[in-house]
Write a protein that binds this ligand. Structure first.
Ligand code: SAM
Length: 261
């Protein structure tokens, strides 16, 4: 059974802790903030003391921190099915996208804080990036991020900030049964390649791969994809996350990788 005692909140980049304070006031029993800037530590430490240990503070860079340390600091030793994790972040835009990709990789491997089974994330992004994350196959904003995130999470825009701010709050709920069923590094490699030239069809992008891999390998890929009913005349943006998994599987089954250069 799920109850609020099992709720664990992680906030990244809390700054002076205004949002942190409001969250604690709702009675959250276990919360961790990760803040890079030491100037905010006195205010956060004060909040922690007032919270009677519900709040713990880690000073560090979220891109570098060992996520196991977050669980250890929260004193979550045994990750049970009943735990719920809510991740909240309003980070500088230049780190929010690399962090999201890093988190999706961790989520796919269920490592660090993402071992917890029920996961919701409320994250602020630049409006344009938020639109890409939630874009479906009918949207011109469909991108590598849409495919990657939607293979692991249900994504929706929950709030559009007033136009002067140019930001949107995106909510991600980890899928109980992720669409992603291939290794994420290979999946990312394939998605990255196909979105590199999104105006071309899958067929012409496969043919262009002869610059990087052998003609025989390209032929094997085309045959494999045809057998899996992938419509090669489509542009990459029209493929669903599930179809990209099938494309990746053909790469994996044939032990083919795409060299970066
Ligand atoms: C836009 S402010 C948001 C502050 C607060 N959360 C709010 O909504 O008012 C971004 C915060 O993220 C922190 N920050 C920036 N990069 C960080 C990183 N790599 N790891 C942890 N915190 C970071 C900054 O020091 C700052 O406090």
């Amino acid at each position: 059974m799920i109850n609020s005692n099992n709720l664990f909140v992680v906030e990244v980049g809390p700054g002076p802790g205004l949002l942190t304070r409001s969250i604690l006031e709702t009675g959250v029993p276990n919360m961790i903030v990760i803040e890079k800037d030491a100037r905010f530590l006195p205010a956060l430490t004060q909040l922690s003391e007032a919270s009677k240990n519900a709040l713990k503070v880690i000073q560090g860079d979220i891109l570098e921190i060992d996520h196991e340390k977050i669980l250890a600091t929260a004193q979550i030793n045994k990750v049970s099915q009943e735990n719920r994790l809510h991740v909240i972040g309003n980070l500088p835009f230049n780190i929010s996208t690399p962090l999201l990709v890093q988190w999706m990789k961790m989520l796919s491997k269920r490592s660090g804080i993402f071992q917890i089974s029920n996961i919701t994330m409320s994250l602020m992004f630049q409006k344009e990036v938020g639109d890409r994350i939630v874009a479906d196959t009918f949207s011109p904003a469909r991108s590598r991020l849409s495919v990657l995130v939607q293979s692991l999470c249900e994504a929706k825009k929950v709030y559009q900030m007033p136009s002067s701010v140019d930001a949107a709050l995106i909510q991600l709920v980890a899928l109980k049964e992720p669409i992603l069923n291939v290794p994420i590094d290979q999946y990312e490699m394939v998605v990255r390649y196909f979105f590199g030239q999104r105006r071309k069809t899958i067929q012409s992008l496969l043919k262009a791969l002869t610059k990087k891999i052998t003609v025989d390998e390209v032929d094997r890929l085309i045959k494999g994809l045809e057998q899996l009913d992938i419509n090669l005349s489509l542009r990459p943006e029209k493929l669903t996350s599930e179809e990209f998994c099938r494309v990746t599987k053909v790469f994996c089954d044939n032990s083919i990788s795409i060299p970066a250069k």
